[in-house]
Design a protein around this ligand. Structure first.
Ligand SMILES: Cc1cc2nc3c(=O)[nH]c(=O)nc-3n(C[C@H](O)[C@H](O)[C@H](O)COP(=O)(O)OP(=O)(O)OC[C@H]3O[C@@H](n4cnc5c(N)ncnc54)[C@H](O)[C@@H]3O)c2cc1C
Ligand code: SF4
Length: 572
């Protein structure tokens, strides 16, 4: 006890002296972040007194990392993406790799975790924040204490695939972070990403093969994040799960949709391989309702989960729409991804077909519609070396700060610069977005090839967007990519099964219940809630699994009861 007190005294003395030293330094710069993009660290002089890492605080002093007032002492410092001018030259992930100087050090990760206040009511993990209710303050604490193994266990307890969300989630948790009320929010998404990536690197994520099997079988249709989360949960509950996917690869929009630079496909495959080792079967090229009869399939399983996604794109029926050069975003992105997956060591495989590819190389590109999909089309066009890229948005530019009707802890609807916008700015010198613009016509040449778009400016009125007379403009355009969202799932599965759909043609099942109009058939993810986010798909997949498990337990009990009853009847 005495020893502890004397060492504490010793540290207090040292902090005081360091504060004095640091105040001098603070007069030149108060910024605790150094040129290397991390909180500055006092060089270790090797003396015993300096045995702990001394990190610069906002007040200019250098002291050991502490958590009690971490949000006061340290600055929000998200790990940056790679330099836009470099990254547009390749298809690799935006995030820096472990060899990259931009990658945050373990100390910076600890400093960022120290900013979490562990507040009494962590809004970040409520539904306003993280849809899967990640135990954010808990794993921030564990990361601060350098307990990686416990941190990944806590993270996995609510989120099946943190390596997906850590890369692509727009982080509504950060919009709801209490520190964000008075300062900048904690870098929650970065911390999630660093926990799971370090856990993979250090071999902490290994197959968990269920000890017991229930004998019940489930077919999951669709292998996006909703289908994978459903399958993972049900498999861990002991049921035998088979996932059917119509594409040639597993992953849904994580595989074909969200491009390589946001999530490399090895990351998706790594998780799918783990699920396979854990006992889940995957069947690809199985288009249920087309090349496999839906009703026949359902008769072979005890339950079925529909996680079909919402892949029917919203079209733009305007004069000239039939012009060659107008494409849906998913066609453009999927063909590009397929080409990348068929490229080995810079060479295309021999069975790659050129006609199955849409290139923006040397062309004027217009992307109609914003959001993640619009940004991904911009980023893809940039990597294909387009001549120019413009992005039309119907709505006006969002405010720089939260509007009064958009208070904390809601998702902040404010102006932001996503990776694709930053790349266009870096290469062409200006942001690609044109706000309050409505497309009126597609113009083509005598051969039917798109050459221009005609637009009109719009103003937002109480009745909705209204075109402004005399504001017509013509934009040179060789490729137009339609990225205006998705209207619903494709209808053939629901039709074949005579399933109830809602007014938007989504499969009808109540949120939190996930039972469809057919007994033993459940639905979740984009096909139930409409186009959304990966994290919502995981949340719904977990919910589908819960509901399905309840159903299977009841079914098993009913079967036992029926057998016993028929047995006793036979005896009688
Ligand atoms: C271009 C793009 C970028 C996006 N970027 C982001 C992002 O950055 N962050 C984010 O959080 N969200 C993003 N999203 C949204 C996110 O990808 C979706 O919300 C999420 O993937 C939905 O998951 P899901 O499992 O419900 O459906 P999906 O991922 O769409 O998976 C459904 C799967 O079901 C399969 N399927 C459908 N019908 C059948 C059938 N009859 N038989 C067999 N298989 C079938 C489909 O082929 C598909 O693989 C993006 C979406 C797009 C289109
Ligand atoms: S899944 Fe998304 S919302 Fe949840 S903690 Fe991670 S980044 Fe935040």
């Amino acid at each position: 006890m005495l020893r502890a007190v004397s060492s504490l005294n010793c540290r207090t003395r040292k902090i005081v002296s360091l504060r004095a030293f640091a105040t001098v330094e603070a007069s030149s710069t108060n910024d605790p972040i150094g040129d290397d993009g991390r909180h500055q660290i006092l060089p270790n002089d090797g003396s015993e007194e300096y045995s702990e890492t001394m990190v610069k605080r906002r007040d200019g002093s250098h002291q050991p990392v502490e958590k009690l007032r971490g949000f006061v002492n340290y600055q929000r410092n998200p790990e940056p993406y790679r330099d836009p001018l470099h990254r547009v030259q390749d298809w690799e992930e935006l995030n820096p790799t472990i060899e990259d100087d931009l990658k945050h050090s373990a100390v910076e990760q600890q400093v960022q975790a120290a900013r979490c206040m562990d507040c009494g009511t962590p809004f970040c993990q409520t539904e306003t924040g993280c849809p899967v209710s990640n135990l954010i303050p808990e794993w921030n604490n564990l990361m601060f204490d350098n307990r990686l193994s416990d941190a990944i266990d806590r993270l996995h307890s609510t989120n099946n695939f943190p390596e997906f969300t850590g890369r692509v989630c727009p982080a509504p948790c950060e919009g709801a972070c209490v520190a964000g009320l008075v300062d900048s929010p904690v870098t929650i998404k970065n911390i999630e990403y660093s926990i799971v990536d370090r856990a993979w690197e250090e071999g902490l994520i290994v197959p968990r093969i269920p000890n017991e099997r229930t004998g019940m079988t489930v077919a999951v249709i669709g292998s996006g994040p909703a289908g994978l989360a459903t399958a993972d949960q049900l498999n861990q509950m002991g049921h035998k799960v088979t996932v059917y996917e119509r594409a040639d690869r597993i992953g849904g929009l994580l595989m074909y949709g969200i491009p390589n630079m946001k999530i490399e496909k090895d990351t998706v495959d790594r998780r799918v391989n783990l699920l396979r080792e854990e006992g889940i079967d995957f069947v690809t090229n199985a288009d249920i309702g087309k090349n496999i009869d839906m009703n026949e399939l359902s008769s072979n399983y005890d339950a079925m989960a529909l996680c079909l996604g919402a892949t029917k794109p919203r079209d733009l029926s305007l004069p000239g729409r039939e012009a060659s050069g107008v494409h849906f975003a998913m066609e453009f992105l999927t063909k590009n991804q397929k080409r990348l997956l068929m490229t080995k060591e810079g060479r295309l495989e021999s069975n790659w077909e050129k006609e199955n590819y849409i290139t923006a190389e040397g062309k004027n590109v217009v992307v109609i519609g914003g959001g993640d999909t619009g940004t991904d089309c911009i980023g893809t066009s940039m990597r294909q070396r387009c001549k120019s890229v413009t992005n039309f948005e119907l709505m006006p530019q969002p405010p720089m700060e939260r509007a009064p009707d958009n208070p904390w802890p809601q998702w902040p609807r404010v102006y932001g610069v996503d990776y694709g916008h930053a790349e266009v700015q870096a290469v062409f010198g200006s942001d690609p977005r044109e706000y309050s613009v409505m497309t009126k016509e597609f113009v083509s040449d005598d051969d039917g090839n798109l050459t221009a778009l005609i637009t009109q400016d719009v103003e937002i009125t109480n009745e909705g967007p209204k075109a402004i007379e005399g504001s017509e403009r013509s934009w040179p355009c060789d490729i137009c990519i339609l990225s205006m969202g998705f209207v619903s799932p494709e209808t053939y599965v629901a039709e074949q099964m005579c399933l109830e759909v809602d007014q938007r043609n989504n499969i009808h099942a109540f949120y939190g219940d996930y039972r469809t109009s057919i007994d033993g058939v459940f639905a979740g993810g984009d096909c139930r809630r409409g186009q959304s986010l990966v994290v919502w798909a995981i949340h719904e997949g977990r919910g589908v699994a819960e509901a399905c498990n309840e159903y299977l337990i009841q079914k098993q009990e009913d079967d036992v009861y029926a057998t016993q009853s028929s047995g006793s009847l036979a005896n009688f």
